[in-house]
Design a binder for this molecule. Structure first.
Ligand code: ARG
Length: 477
């Protein structure tokens, strides 16, 4: 951009800094060189530059390093200037039939694609860690909560698998967004495409894209792919923060259900006894940062007229911040979950407190005496007011008052009550699809493990396809 700064004295420096994207462009430096190479290969194949020009320009690109780039408002300008400094005027042929508008959109998609592949693998790792811990704990009885009040006994496996399933949906969302990220805008030029006889499908293929963002106006002006990646990340962070919150809560002395490995905690500078779950707290806190990135990017993109507007540049740093924060949080949680010590005895001891077996008493009353569930609910509700473990006399008394019968006369006696009060038997009874009974969580854990392995293979395969195409491109001389 030409600065008419002379007249305005010192302000030209401020303007340059204001419009510069150089800091965030670090993320797309490598991608930009790849885009340059793909474009050059295509220009050569279409006879728009000669083989000699191609070789000279590519040789010039070979030695360009980010740290040694000179000035320029963005990385595209700086690379082109450096190229021309190295190979002379022939370097100026590189920008034939393209614009920084399609160039930058292509670069962001390439760099984001790599980030998404990394994030998907990391989300898989976290889900896997949860499933592994679940498999070790299919028999660990724990209190289950609703409203953060003791509700019904469940198992640690059931609880951890719930988190794993949420993360597996996050994986699917990321995978889905990947399919729209990995499309090539290259060749759209400024927005109106170009009169040069270029081949967009060829550059897309060289860069391992799965297709085009076809309409050249759409191609340069949309950042919806980035919004999608950020919203998938924000939703993922909602799930991550829920897990983090429980690690925090469960490691308080009030709960005492889990102990995080020292690596994931820190102590207080003043209170030597403290072991604070800082990493989990920061996952919770950084969730806000990711939301902020998404909301900033949404707001920047809102109501932009066609086609390219410089506002778009302002969205990109939010993308990198949002994705890198998400990736770091996921990795930390994987370590914290894998190394956490669950206090299974304490969990089991807590599992029957707060009359959390009440539902099972009502359920077994229904099964044994055939009274309607609502009546059973009323009877057991009356017992709950007593505040301590009910006896069969309590039950008979309440049932007589409410429904004019004695459960012990209808086959629900001392033994049936004791069974219903046992958290372990509560859990064993809940063996239907998706429930906490050990056989069912074992089935779910095995199923999830298999799907996670499949997802891992899928990511590896996608990464392999991208890596080999890019390696081949780097070899083209
Ligand atoms: N740095 C710019 C961005 O991130 C690159 C495109 C610049 N295009 C332009 N017409 N000034 O969007």
């Amino acid at each position: 951009m030409l600065l008419r700064g002379e007249r305005l004295g010192g302000i030209s420096g401020d303007v340059l800094e204001f419009i510069s994207s150089r800091e965030a462009d670090r993320q797309i430096f490598e991608a930009d060189l790849l885009v340059d190479r793909a474009h050059l290969v295509m220009l050569k194949e279409r006879g728009l530059i000669t083989a000699e020009e191609f070789s000279e320009i590519v040789a010039g690109l070979d030695g360009i390093e980010m740290a040694r780039l000179g000035e320029g408002e963005d990385v595209h300008e700086a690379i082109e200037a450096e190229l021309i400094a190295r190979v002379g005027a022939v370097g100026g042929r590189m920008h034939t039939g393209r614009s920084r508008n399609d160039e930058v959109a292509t670069c962001i998609r390439i760099a984001l694609r790599g980030e998404l592949l990394g994030l998907m693998a990391e989300v898989n790792d976290l889900a896997e860690a949860l499933v592994e811990r679940a498999a070790e704990n299919d028999d660990s009885i724990i209190p289950g909560f609703t409203h953060l009040q003791h509700a019904q006994p469940t198992t640690l496996a059931h609880h951890l698998l719930a988190h794993a399933d949420a993360l597996m949906r996050d994986f699917e969302r990321l995978l889905d967004s990947y399919q729209r990220v990995n499309r090539s805008p290259l060749g759209a030029a400024a927005f109106a495409s170009t009169g040069f006889d270029i081949d967009r499908a060829r550059t897309a293929e060289l860069l391992a894209f799965d297709g085009l963002v076809e309409n050249s106006m759409d191609a340069v002006s949309t950042r919806d792919f980035l919004l999608e990646a950020l919203s998938s990340s924000a939703i993922l962070m909602v799930n991550a923060s829920r897990l983090a919150e429980e690690l925090i809560l469960w490691s308080t002395s009030e709960f005492g259900y889990v102990e995080l490995d020292d690596l994931f905690t820190s102590t207080s500078s003043i209170m030597p006894q403290k072991k604070n779950p800082d990493t989990a707290e920061l996952v919770r806190g950084k969730t806000g940062t990711v939301f902020g990135s998404l909301v900033a990017a949404l707001a920047i993109n809102k109501a932009l007229p066609m086609s390219y507007n410089r506002d778009l540049q302002e969205a990109t740093p939010n993308l990198w911040r949002g994705i890198s924060t998400t990736r770091a949080a996921v990795r930390i949680l994987t370590g914290a979950v894998s190394s956490a010590k669950f206090r299974t005895e304490r969990l089991e001891a807590a599992s029957g407190t707060g009359f959390s077996t009440a539902t099972e008493i009502a359920d077994s009353l229904v099964r044994k005496t055939k009274i309607p569930f609502r009546t059973a609910h009323q009877i057991v509700g009356a017992l709950a007011a007593k505040g301590e473990t009910p006896t069969i006399d309590d039950l008979d008394g309440a049932a007589e008052r409410i429904a004019k019968f004695k459960p012990s006369d209808r086959g629900f006696g001392r033994e049936e009550l004791a069974a219903a009060l046992d958290p372990r038997r509560n859990v064993a009874a809940r063996s239907r699809t998706g429930g906490p009974a050990p056989a069912e969580t074992r089935r779910m854990a095995a199923d999830r493990k298999r799907r996670i392995e499949e997802n891992d293979r899928l990511v590896e395969e996608m990464r392999g396809r991208v890596d080999s195409a890019l390696a081949a491109l780097r070899e083209m001389r």
